[in-house]
Design a protein around this ligand. Sequence first.
Ligand SMILES: Cc1cc2nc3c(=O)[nH]c(=O)nc-3n(C[C@H](O)[C@H](O)[C@H](O)COP(=O)(O)O)c2cc1C
Length: 447
Amino acid sequence: MAAINDLRGFIEALEADGQLARISRQVSIRHELADVGAALARTGTGAGLFENVDGSRWPIFCGGIASHRRTAIALGCQPNEIIDVMDSVLDQANGIAPVRIEQAAWQANRVSGDDLADFDLPIPTHSRGDGGAFITGAVTVAKDPVSGRGNLGYNRMLRLGPTRFGFNVNEWRDVGTFWKSRDEPDSPFPIALAIGLDPAIMIAAGVKTPVDELFIAGAIRGAGIEVCKGTTVDIDVPASAEIVVEGMLHPADRKPEGPLAEFHGYHGETWNSPTFEVTSISWRDDPIYQTIVPGWYEHVYLGNILPREPLLRRFVRHLDPTADVHIPPYGNGFLAIIQIDRDNPGSPKNLAMAAMAAHINIRNVVVIDRDIDIHEPSDLHWAITNRVHWEDDVFTVASAQGHEMDPTADTRGVGTKVGIDATYKRERRDYGERVAYAPVDLPGYLA
Ligand SMILES: Cc1cc2nc3c(=O)[nH]c(=O)nc-3n(C[C@H](O)[C@H](O)[C@H](O)COP(=O)(O)O)c2cc1C
């Protein structure tokens, strides 16, 4: 398999592995595309490449990082090596600096000035509860005006007009810290949006870190990520991008923006957000637009699973060096599963406490044995149903600090954390071994 260094290479690799669904039937850019993208992720069918979108001049891709198998393809490893790879690339000592080049494929076509008013970016309206058409799959590229370091992140952007967007940014995001560090914090602040990227850059952009996330993407690829200066802004933008949108953030010009399907599975609130004014749009020949179906698997993988599993595993392995961990996509980052070789009857509860402390988001922790498939929700349910005596095996920590968007917590994120020891307590009652039928090559029997 050729090395992946852009979205096209990723799409090829997915297709070679049977992980790409090409949708040639026409779909509407309003809801239908997201409905199909969500179904592809839910059923584990593959990423979606929509080749005929009513309302889009370009094909639209989604769902590249919406499963373990596809994430492994993106990272160039086996599914069971994902946490090891992420642990290694998140280590700052392994970061690899980006490499500046003079020309990028996205410089081939460009629209700016008055022409922008007639140029429609193909922005889907995703969930029926969303407040409009949102850019969700763009990586925001910014530069620290003090240190000059770059930064990647995600910001939902609501289309307000042909060149104007509402730009959602939490108060602790680096891009906000950057503009506030200037003598005139409310003056326009340049950013670029890179759309259609090497998945290494998509994965790196989901990491909250005080270094340039391009170093993490470089560590994933084992080589510096090529960047090229923006056309109207002095920012180094990934050269592999399919589409680059440049412009100015207006921190003090605020407009209502939202709601949008959120990682927790409800719709977020409407915010009074800064606005973003587009100054230039550039694109490769025959570009592919990329979107993330919000509030769905890829959103959770990028924001809550891949950047968080390594530290969770470190916390848990401090107590049990052989324990494995998983943050499943259907748990929205609030659920952690710990798998152990059970020994001491008390240790599952200690491990659950370690997991709760690893990340503020983690609220429910289930500890399981090795005979449960950590990636199989029905297996987890079997363990909870058949190995948990509720009075003894469940404990709660009331009024603990969680994520402020946790739907079960109060608006400051204060809520109850729950630990569930779903391991087999043979000392309570020994039922022998669990029923297990050997795996078979089913297609071979059905042929
Ligand atoms: C798909 C996705 C969408 C996100 N949308 C937003 C958003 O709208 N506003 C925001 O402040 N953070 C959002 N985030 C979170 C940040 O972009 C992300 O945590 C990033 O790593 C910020 O890191 P930084 O502060 O180091 O730049 C989103 C994350 C993901 C994965």
